[in-house]
Design a protein around this ligand. Structure first.
Ligand code: ZN
Length: 243
């Protein structure tokens, strides 16, 4: 089975729709989301409704848990905190209830799924080979998929070697048949790897391959929605840079 792995949508409806359209052009049988459906962006309800209808598996991210009240806002940056408070105020209660039922990890599949990392599913950012090493030690599956950092990348540890990592670009395809892997599809709604296009990953659970994909979307539309909601300008600006 091939599955579409999406993460960090962040209430960016324009990016989410573009990614779902791209997924529909592939033979992905299911869409799995690694969390942070809301936060930062201006269309949380639409994005939750899209996630409810389009995903077979959906995890909770730290921003989702902040909006449901399960996480305190103390550890959030100023912009993230403002956006989380705004999201709490505007969201439909039934959509918040749906977010409240999500968990930040799912270890019941043939690959491990975590919002942050196998060691800390909510908060840990896996961006270095050193940290990846510790996560590979902790993970229950040979292959895990994480989100949270908004950077498309892969870490691998081959037999008898140390872990190494690589950023992943549009069209990269990896053979996962051997070694231990930690993969990040990148972010749908707020990429931070210098490529402003929406990111996702097509994972073949039988052939054990992963393909990273990037999709153009209406960045201006998402920025206009953020400004119209009177959220911080910086949240709109960064979408243009992919940071
Ligand atoms: Zn995020």
């Amino acid at each position: 089975m091939r599955v579409a792995l999406l993460s960090d949508i962040h209430a960016n409806r324009h990016a989410f729709e573009a990614v779902l359209d791209d997924v529909a052009t592939t033979d992905a049988a299911e869409t799995w989301c690694l969390g942070d459906i809301v936060g930062y962006g201006a269309e949380p309800d639409v994005c939750v409704e899209l996630a409810r209808s389009a995903t077979a598996i959906c995890l909770a991210g730290n921003h989702d848990l902040a909006v449901t009240g399960e996480l305190s806002l103390d550890e959030f940056s100023r912009g993230a905190e403002i956006a989380a408070r705004w999201t709490r105020d505007v969201m439909e209660p039934s959509n918040v209830d749906w977010l409240r039922r999500l968990r930040p990890l799912d270890e019941d599949r043939s690959v491990g799924l975590y919002h942050g990392s196998p060691r800390d599913p909510i908060w840990e950012y896996v961006l270095s080979a050193l940290l990846a090493e510790l996560c590979l030690d902790a993970q229950r599956h040979r292959i895990s998929v994480v989100g949270h950092s908004h950077v498309a990348l892969s870490f691998v540890r081959r037999e008898g070697e140390l872990a190494t990592g690589e950023p992943r670009r549009d069209g990269d395809v990896l053979d996962l048949a051997e070694g231990e892997w930690l993969l990040n599809p990148g972010s749908v709604g707020q990429p931070r790897d210098g490529d402003a296009r929406a990111a996702w990953m097509l994972l073949d659970l039988d052939a054990r391959t992963a393909e990273w994909r990037r999709v153009d979307y209406d960045v201006g539309g998402a920025q206009a929605a953020i400004r119209a909601a009177r959220l911080p300008d910086s949240l709109a600006d960064r979408l243009g840079y992919g940071q």
